[in-house]
Ligand binder design. Sequence first.
Ligand code: COA
Length: 387
Amino acid sequence: MPPIGIHDIAFATTHYVLDLDELARYRRVDPAKYHLGLGQDTMSFPAVDEDIVTMAATAAAPILQRHGSDKLRTLLLATETGVDQSKAAALYLHPLLDLPSTTRIVELKQACYSGTAALQFAAGLISRDPTEQVLIIATDIARYDLDSPGEPTQGAAAVAMLVTAEPAMLQLDSPSGVYSDDVMDFWRPNHRTTALVDGKLSISTYLDATSRAWTDYRARGGRGLDDFRAFCYHLPYTAMARKAHDNLLRTVGVEWEPERVTAAIEDSTRYNRLVGNSYTASLYLGFISLLDHAPDLTGQPVAFFSYGSGCVCECFSGTVQPGYRQHLRTADNKERIAARTPISYFRYRAMHSDRARYPSNLTFDQDTGGPYRLTEIIDNKRTYQKV
Ligand code: COA
């Protein structure tokens, strides 16, 4: 079987950004709680005409421009903030991205985990026919109630990944460790537009699940801790990476100097600190951040921990490929984050509340500066447009 993995990867985020200093001021919270305690500085917030579909299209477009879609046979869209209970959000991408009609399209859900399920399913499809390519898009808008503890851990992003044989960026290892259990740490019933969360339970479940997934990964022949140059964790907020890594060291029974822990996780947290949580996309945004910020990783193994509340956790690994740096979009990525438009606290609050009340008929004024927009919802039918 040929090597399989990530051939190309790109991300998109929203038009607006909320500075957490502003949120702290109005919530009368010490800003250090957000910057140091949670490890978040700003969070992305969508324009009125942006959603998971527009972010998905924006993330996937540069990949399709670079590689075409001739070999594309499958598109897997992972999200926990879907726009329809039946129709896969990825179908709206069909005209926007000019996808071949010979593409298998489906949406996957399991909280923040389903992007990783998509990656494993893609690897299975490609091992059956290495000439096929699979496009994965993880796209989410993390939304909690206003004034709730989760509010400073919101954010939004989409990550698109092209999975192929003979990948140019990351070759996946075969062993994978998984753990799942029925836990009510985070959920969003059908009638709600914001998630419900038992924050403390979600942290302890995340930590327990990652150490159990690691144990399974090792039992199935996975690499040892010292083999890894870097660790990418699911990042609901970036301080979670240090909690998770310290917990992993306790699980393995070793001690690392704090500087070594920082070196192992910090580069993967840089974009997430500015974008906020992006649920399914967050682990992979962390991987892009690692590739864009770390010194040369050629030939280095990277460990991944994907956690989705509810809960499913998977630990897997891969090796960064020679020449990967030629394919990065580092300058564009940094510019995309820097170019977001600051939003005032009051406008953010008003738009947050409006989003919970979308009626079945609505036309949206142009608000986003991005390349794709939601133009209207008429008779409950959504229409999108390339700007
Ligand atoms: N300066 C520095 N750090 C501060 C601080 C200050 N002034 N005030 C508080 N902190 C620290 C706390 O000590 C805590 O650190 P610790 O986690 O290492 O103990 C951290 O900031 C968060 O403070 P805490 O009081 O625990 O926050 P909270 O109860 O308001 O909520 C979450 C934190 C994460 C539970 C909440 O944001 C949430 O529910 N988020 C959504 C769910 C989520 O992200 N879950 C993660 C797993 S999926």
